[in-house]
Design a protein around this ligand. Structure first.
Ligand code: BES
Ligand code: ZN
Length: 695
């Protein structure tokens, strides 16, 4: 069992204070909190989760989710940050439902000191908690009551204090310099995956949704933002320098999507065609640099509304650049936070790759407003779907809003080829992995969940077709809106809409690591072409052979030189090998598999097929993504197969003959970046797009 750092505070040593919002702890409470912190340091007991002393060596305890006997319906939350002392005072008034009589309430809580806690059943007398037992390892607190809380509604009140930390998680401080050179701090939040519990005691699991009424008490010259619009702003009675800002109630939502920001910002504002107020907040004096993101966001919101056939459910959305920010961006509902380089564009000094990056990040986070925020994953196991889906649809959105970017070519040269390269290594892992303890979440946030996730969803979209895909998405969002869902729920909606075996197909791509190499050979039989197609696991360390070779359900499309952009035949390869006849293909025509480079696999053509397809490369009738895909497959095969050298030379000669220097540049840059240390930060050469990338 773990050595638990636990303590029980006698309520007789702390005082309750009243204030207006609904009531806020005063400095007196802060003093007692310092004493409590000292007490916490001294009072270390060896106890198990059940409170028993063990005295044995620590061992890994299985993770247990929160009990369901008490759950929140509404959080009335008032926070008063101190931007000088880096502390905050908080008051929670949570409307809760007791489903089973109990004299304990277990919640998440980390680095927070509870001052007082009480429970008042509806229409009954308030009962003070007699102890707070912190299970620090589990980031939980158990509030104990002298009598049992009966089934029904009640109000749980907790006064607490915490630190505005410098760890870029929870409620933290972010340093900035004013135009006059003065160093100041903003207070900001980053809650995903499990850091809301550092800002207020809560049920910090994605499936435990509730509404939030948030109030912030802030210096009157600071901007205060939260998920919803401001509904009231009034002077704070106890301090004339402060104001009390009250926000509209949120829809029912998960704790990891709650956010607040208090600081000095300028903003630009617009209205999207579907009536949503969009603002982009920038550092003071840099509002101009928010204009591009504002244009992207106002175009993006109506795109998603139309694509999902579900309107954006909040009246406003703010996008804000935060000076100190750990992730690239975070999709908090109605208040999306970004690191500055992912949001700001200096019109005089930014290159087009920076604009593309901002467009993609904005497209990604706004997609989450539906996929993730409105419908939320049931548990962190399904996070890959949240991120993989947003990482795919961001490209669909940018392609729609800025067709001149030719952004899908970037997808293939960045996400797709990168995912194939990484997933071919023995050190790869399945996209879908069971997450127990939320601390495992960080481990699975890698290029496999993002880039392979996005690539298999792109393949799925192509397999289903846009119309049925949208139908299924709409059914999924309507069925699970304001609720939680799992990966299987999405597959079943898409299965219903398309009549195709989506769960079985997708399971083969998400539950096992790696991907196949598809070998293709052809034979001319009068006016038809007969293709022999087989699959084997592709490994960077050599082909996987033998009995236990995994296999995939592989959607395959085929095109011919008649129209290289149009699929002539589709099939689903469900076994190790098959034959298929492509009718009406004369001996002078060539055949290419995987037009658009959408299937997540590599292709090994027979020598003669490869030779035949060369004119399609030379005369540019094959799209750039197809030429890139062919070349990339050949490069990867070269690692193990020396006899492919001849094919590689041929392709390189042909690519060298293409009057498209930017494509060659892209291919060379890709090789440089990915061939070095696999850190994904790009080769550093000017214009290397992947230097903006996420990993
Ligand atoms: N939800 C994530 C950010 C996140 C994930 C924060 C997990 C904490 C834990 C967000 O939607 C995201 O994916 N951000 C990306 C940028 C995006 C454009 C790919 C990031 O931060 O790298
Ligand atoms: Zn995301």
């Amino acid at each position: 069992m773990f050595l638990l750092l636990s303590r029980t505070v006698s309520l007789s040593v702390v005082h309750r204070v009243t204030c207006s919002c609904p009531s806020t702890p005063s400095k007196a409470i802060l003093v007692s909190s310092v004493l409590i912190k000292l007490a916490r340091k001294i009072c270390v007991s060896h106890s198990s989760a059940s409170g028993q002393n063990t005295g044995t060596m620590p061992e890994r305890r299985p993770f247990v989710r929160l009990p369901t006997d008490v759950y929140p319906v509404n959080y009335g939350l008032c926070l008063k940050p101190d931007l000088i002392d880096f502390t905050f005072e908080g008051k929670l008034e949570a409307l809760v439902e007791v489903t089973q009589s109990t004299n304990q309430i277990v919640m998440n809580c980390a680095d927070i000191d509870i001052i007082t806690a009480s429970f008042a059943p509806e229409g009954g007398d308030e009962i003070n908690a007699t102890g707070f037992n912190y299970q620090n390892e589990d980031e939980k607190v158990t509030l104990s009551f002298p009598t049992a809380l009966q089934k029904g509604s009640g109000m749980l009140k907790i006064d607490f204090v915490g630190e505005l930390n410098d760890k870029m998680k929870g409620f933290y401080r972010s340093k900035y310099t004013t135009p006059a050179g003065e160093v100041r701090y903003a207070a900001v939040t980053q809650f995903e995956a499990t850091d809301a519990r550092r800002a207020f005691p809560c049920w910090d699991e994605p499936a435990i949704k509730a509404t939030f009424d948030i109030t912030l008490i802030v210096p009157k010259d600071r901007v205060a933002l939260s998920n919803m619009n401001v509904i009231d702003k009034k002077p704070y009675p106890e301090d004339e320098n402060l104001v009390e800002v009250k926000f509209a109630p949120t829809p029912i939502m998960s704790t990891y999507l709650v956010a607040f920001v208090i600081g000095e910002y300028h903003h630009v504002e617009s209205q999207s065609s579907d009536g949503v107020t969009v603002r982009v907040y920038t550092p003071v004096g840099k509002a101009e640099q928010g204009k591009f993101a504002l244009e992207v966001a106002t175009k993006t919101l109506p795109f998603y509304k139309d694509y999902f056939s579900v309107p954006y459910p909040l009246p406003k959305i703010d996008l804000i650049a935060i000076a100190d920010f750990a992730a690239g961006a975070m999709e908090n509902w109605g208040l999306v936070t970004y690191r500055e380089t992912a949001l700001l564009i200096d019109p005089k000094n930014s290159c087009s790759s920076s604009k593309q990056w901002v467009a993609l990040v904005v497209g990604h986070e706004l997609a989450h407003q539906w996929f993730g925020n409105l419908v939320t994953m049931e548990w962190w196991t399904h996070l890959w779907l949240n991120e993989g889906f947003a990482s795919w649809i961001e490209y669909l959105c940018v392609d729609h809003c800025f067709p001149e970017y030719d952004i899908w070519t970037q997808f293939v040269s960045a996400d797709y080829t990168r995912a194939l390269d990484l997933d071919a290594l023995d050190s790869s892992h399945p996209i879908e992995v069971d997450v127990g303890h939320p601390s495992e979440v960080d481990e699975i946030f890698d290029a496999i969940s993002y880039s392979k996730g996005a690539s298999v969803i792109r393949m799925l979209h192509n397999y289903i077709g846009d119309e049925d895909f949208r139908k299924g998405m709409n059914a999924y969002l309507l069925k699970f809106q304001h609720k939680n869902a799992s990966t299987e729920d999405l597959w079943s909606c898409l299965e219903q809409a398309s009549g195709k075996p989506i769960a079985a197909v997708m399971g083969s791509w998400t539950k096992q690591m790696g991907f196949p190499i598809i070998a293709v050979d052809e034979e001319q039989v009068s006016d038809d072409r007969v293709l022999k197609i087989s699959q084997k696991k592709f490994c960077a360390s050599g082909l996987h052979d033998g009995e236990d070779c995994p296999s995939w359900m592989v959607p395959i499309s085929i095109c011919t030189s008649n129209d290289p952009t149009c699929t002539k035949l589709k099939l689903l390869l469900e076994k190790p090998e098959t034959s298929v006849t492509v009718r009406g293909v004369g001996p002078d025509q060539w055949i290419k598999v995987n037009p658009g480079t959408v299937g997540f696999y590599r292709i090994q053509y027979s020598s003669s097929m490869l030779k035949n397809v060369l004119p399609g490369i030379r005369d540019l009738s094959l799209q750039p993504v197809d030429r890139l895909g062919l070349q990339n497959d050949l490069f990867s095969l070269l690692h193990k197969q020396a006899d492919m050298q001849e094919e590689k030379n041929r392709i390189e000669r042909v690519l060298g003959a293409i009057p498209a220097p930017e494509l060659i540049q892209k291919v060379l840059c890709f090789r440089r970046c990915s061939g070095s240390s696999w850190d994904g930060r790009g080769c550093g050469s000017p214009g290397c797009w992947s230097s903006h990338h996420r990993f």
